[in-house]
Write a new protein. Structure first.
Length: 256
């Protein structure tokens, strides 16, 4: 059996006794298996008929699951050549600072991230307070994190434009899957020695609701993570906006 299908079959067996609809179980199994790195962005996956033949799911169930993953952006379709893993959404390369946990305590072992925009802003806000005044402005990186096929978070990352100007020359797709902490360490030699985390329940404002496609004024969890070097200089501010959902987030503030 295809390696991907073998992994999907194993993950489906683990949820066989649950009340979750079959197509949802298959969506989640495919999402997690792809996120584990078994297949790479751009790889073609087995056909609907091959999946239905190899797994205990009807063809209609397989089609519904794949359609859901296409809608989520994890897969893309070409009528002539088949279904492929999206080139834009990639597994986050470092989840050592946080994990998503299900209600039963099991951990989501892979989160797919997709950079949706990158720009310079002269606006001020929490980021300018943390990073300090910067006449060159601030780099704002906009990202969507796909925790599972039905749940996603919206993330904004801010850095000083005078310190990381090379980021503006990057193809945004090349940053998908990159943890900002490991990125600035590898590219610029800036090591994050400590982080500060602040969490608050807050209503979604109009700007975030529009960018994240959340309902305006809905209560969401805002998670601010600031990274500092050994001299207590702020290197970045990352703000995640998480809607109500079935998960909890566990943080670490050390960097070991």
């Amino acid at each position: 059996m295809d390696t991907l299908l073998t992994e999907v079959e194993k993950r489906c067996r683990e949820t066989a006794a649950s009340d979750i609809p079959k197509y949802r179980r298959l969506m989640t199994a495919l999402h997690d298996a792809i996120g584990s790195g078994i297949v790479a962005p751009g790889d073609r996956i087995p056909t609907e008929k091959d999946i239905a033949s190899a797994l205990p799911f009807a063809l209609g169930t397989v089609q519904k699951a794949l359609n859901g993953l296409v809608a989520q952006g994890l897969l893309r379709r070409n009528r002539r050549s088949g279904t492929f893993v999206s080139d834009t959404a990639r597994p986050l390369d470092d989840m050592s600072q946080f994990v998503f946990e299900r209600a039963d305590g099991t951990v989501i072992d892979s989160v797919l991230t997709e950079i949706t925009g990158m720009e310079i802003t002269q606006d001020t806000g929490a980021w300018s307070t943390v990073l300090g005044a910067c006449t060159a402005g601030y780099i704002r990186i906009m990202r969507t994190d796909h925790v599972d096929p039905a749940y996603r978070c919206y993330v904004e990352i801010y850095l000083r434009a005078d310190r990381y100007p090379g980021l503006l020359d990057e193809n945004p797709h090349n940053l998908s899957g990159r943890n900002i902490r490991t990125l600035i360490e590898a590219r610029y030699g800036d090591t994050v020695s400590s982080t500060e985390v602040a969490v608050a329940a807050t209503p979604t404002d109009r700007r975030i609701a529009h960018l994240a496609k959340f309902q305006e004024k809905a209560i969401i969890l805002q998670i601010d993570v600031a990274g500092f070097d050994s001299n207590a200089r702020a290197l970045f501010l990352q703000t995640a906006y998480a809607p109500a959902g079935p998960y909890r987030v566990r943080f670490r503030t050390d960097t070991n």
